[in-house]
Design a protein around this ligand. Structure first.
Ligand code: G6P
Length: 596
């Protein structure tokens, strides 16, 4: 979703801004732009499409201060006019904004009555004009006055033609300050500034900061200064390079042996050790909340937690939960799952659960993200930065972390220890590496199906969410319509779709329900559907029925979703790649959805 980078210092701003924008490309965007300040003048350049377009149109102007933005359209078309930065009428103030100004219609009317002419169809432009309305000689004060009128969310950066400073403010949309030597940075996300500094400050909601090249000051919007902690980023830029892989997504699929190891590190030795700051014996129910792929891992989490702990678990889409009147109390534990830690719906759902006194726990990948800072206790996934829009390694780390959490909760309840599960978890990274050798075979299968118009994915029990995830991966990056179903539900509708043009992916690894999956396969076979079966070794009956089989290593059923999703990630990847799609940046999707 939209990205922000800003620079103030002694170096040329433009290359820093452009490189920063490139590091944010993965979040998804449709246009880009920047404003630089030079000799008491602001110059703004914006372009629809890729950052390359913006670069081609840059003039050779010198500047030490600037702000830049990649936009992901919410209000108004993705075109040059609607791209950020937005400027006021006399071109003295420029802003970049992430988030949504909900009362923009009312504010626009008010400003138009005062004679302001708007040039774009965005909600964000309001901010440039409002700040301008209040500006006398203090940019920070004018920004505060403007924000007092605004309803909605913002991660905002503002510059003025005469001031050697950047003003930034945050409410509901992430913003960080990066600290350098005689230079400072602002950004919506760490990768944008990581090549320059590892020292960052995370702004909290309702905070505003004045940033100069040698200083910064953070205030609460009510005027009180705030002492902010400086965080040291522990990972480096090489983690966000492709390292010889054609796409980030493929690299991230291949990183899974390592990301799983990292999720385990220090947490599973002879025993399980997660630091949770609540007493499990006080918890009567667990509620799992998430969006997208993370919601699929939540569905798997329900199976794991209920099986290992006997605690009842509910799963909800964060976007639904936030607008319900959920019955919750302090006896509930709400677990939010989010790769980015910034998803707006998940954050709002978390706040709702907290307002009802539920205990909260986060399973988050991005360290220091908003959700990570809002929860009572957390388990970081440690999967490393995930750049491909379609989530892969974060998903398997989420499932693994849910297995660890289930073990920890069971231990807290003095239930029998599942030594078999702990032993199997430890050898999982090797099994994943072993499986990844099947990749060439999966590409061959992808060639057969790349022109299909529809796909059906079927699984049962703990692998039904894997069917959903397989279908989501394919939709997201190949634009082929795909649906995931519990295999037994096929007869209640999807069976009508099956003919020789319908590929059906069965997750058919060993389980108590295997005989039932076989009969579903027969139903597809007798209607000439094409079967791709994910299976374990030596399953001859499946081999007889399936047109294509992909063998995954045996594992315990509790961990089978981690193994079974791998071929589905690769199948989606290869189909999309063979179709020539920009796999890491599929159309209309954003990596981190920070608006509703
Ligand atoms: C977006 C991404 C998905 C992701 C979902 C939830 O839609 O494209 O890949 O699963 O958001 O994101 P989160 O960061 O909360 O896990």
């Amino acid at each position: 979703m939209c990205g922000i980078i800003g620079y103030i210092g002694e170096k040329e701003a433009i290359p820093i801004l452009i490189n920063g924008l490139k590091k944010l490309e993965y979040r998804g965007y449709d246009s880009a732009g920047l404003t630089i300040q030079n000799n008491s003048q602001l110059s703004t350049i914006k372009k629809q499409g890729k950052i390359k377009e913006l670069e081609k149109n840059l003039k050779d102007s010198k500047s030490k201060i600037g702000i830049a933005h990649t936009r992901w359209a919410t209000h108004g078309k993705p075109n040059e006019i609607n791209a950020h930065p937005h400027i006021n009428q006399n071109n003295s103030i420029s802003i970049v904004h992430n988030g949504i100004i909900e009362n923009h219609n009312a504010l626009k009317e008010l400003l138009e009555k005062e004679g302001v002419k708007f040039s774009s169809n965005t909600d964000s432009e309001i901010l440039a004009h409002l700040i301008s309305k209040f500006y006398k000689d203090d940019l920070e004060e004018a920004t505060i006055k403007a924000l007092e009128l605004v309803e909605g969310t913002y991660g905002l950066a503002v510059i003025n033609k005469d001031k050697e400073e950047i003003i930034v403010a945050r409410k509901g949309s992430p913003l960080i300050i990066g600290l350098g030597e005689h230079e400072n940075f602002v950004a919506s996300d760490v990768p944008a500034i990581l090549e320059h500094t590892k020292r960052v400050i995370y702004l909290d909601d309702n905070e505003i900061a004045k940033i100069k090249k040698d200083s910064y000051k953070v205030k609460h919007i009510n005027g009180n200064y705030v002492d902010k902690e400086i965080h040291e980023i522990k990972w480096s830029l090489d983690k966000i390079e492709k390292k010889g892989f054609k796409h980030f997504m493929l690299k991230e699929i291949y990183e899974q042996p390592l990301s799983i190891k990292n999720a385990l590190r220090g947490r599973l030795t002879d025993n399980i050790k997660l630091n949770l700051n609540f007493d499990i014996n006080e918890i009567q129910r667990i509620i799992l909340l998430a969006c997208g792929t993370s919601w699929h891992s939540a569905l798997i989490g329900k199976h794991l937690i209920e099986k290992l702990t006997n605690i009842p678990v509910e799963v909800d889409y964060a976007s639904e939960f936030r607008y319900r009147n959920p019955v919750i109390s302090e006896k509930d534990l709400t677990i939010v799952i989010s790769q980015s830690g910034e998803t707006a719906d998940t954050l709002a759902a978390l706040k709702k659960a907290k307002s009802k006194k539920s205990k909260t726990l986060g399973l988050i990948n991005v360290v220091g993200s908003t959700i990570a800072r809002e929860v009572d206790s957390g388990i970081y996934l440690h999967a490393g930065p995930e750049i491909g829009v379609a989530s892969t390694k974060a998903f398997t780390s989420q499932v693994l972390s849910l297995a660890l959490l289930s073990l920890q909760l069971a231990k807290g309840k003095n239930l029998p220890i599942r030594q078999d599960l702990m032993d199997e978890i430890k050898i999982l990274p090797n099994k994943i590496s072993e499986f990844l050798k099947e990749d060439t075979k999966i590409r061959e299968i992808a060639k057969e199906f790349k022109d299909s118009k529809n796909f059906l994915y079927l699984g049962r029990g703990i692998n039904f969410p894997v069917a959903l995830e397989g279908a989501l991966k394919l939709k997201e990056i190949s634009y082929i319509h795909a649906e995931g179903y519990p295999a037994a539900e096929m007869k209640h509708g999807p069976i009508a779709l099956i003919d020789e043009n319908m590929p059906v992916v069965f997750i058919a690894t060993k389980s108590d329900l295997s005989p039932k999956i076989l009969s579903n396969m027969q139903e597809v076979k007798s209607r000439n559907g094409k079967i791709i079966a994910i299976k374990n070794d030596n399953d001859y009956e499946i081999k007889k029925l399936a047109d294509y089989t992909i063998k995954v290593p045996d594992t315990l059923e509790e961990l089978s979703p981690i193994m079974n999703v791998l071929p589905l990630q690769l199948l989606a990847y290869h189909i999309a790649d063979l179709k020539g799609i920009d796999v890491d940046k599929p159309r209309n999707l954003a990596k981190s959805v920070t608006v509703e």
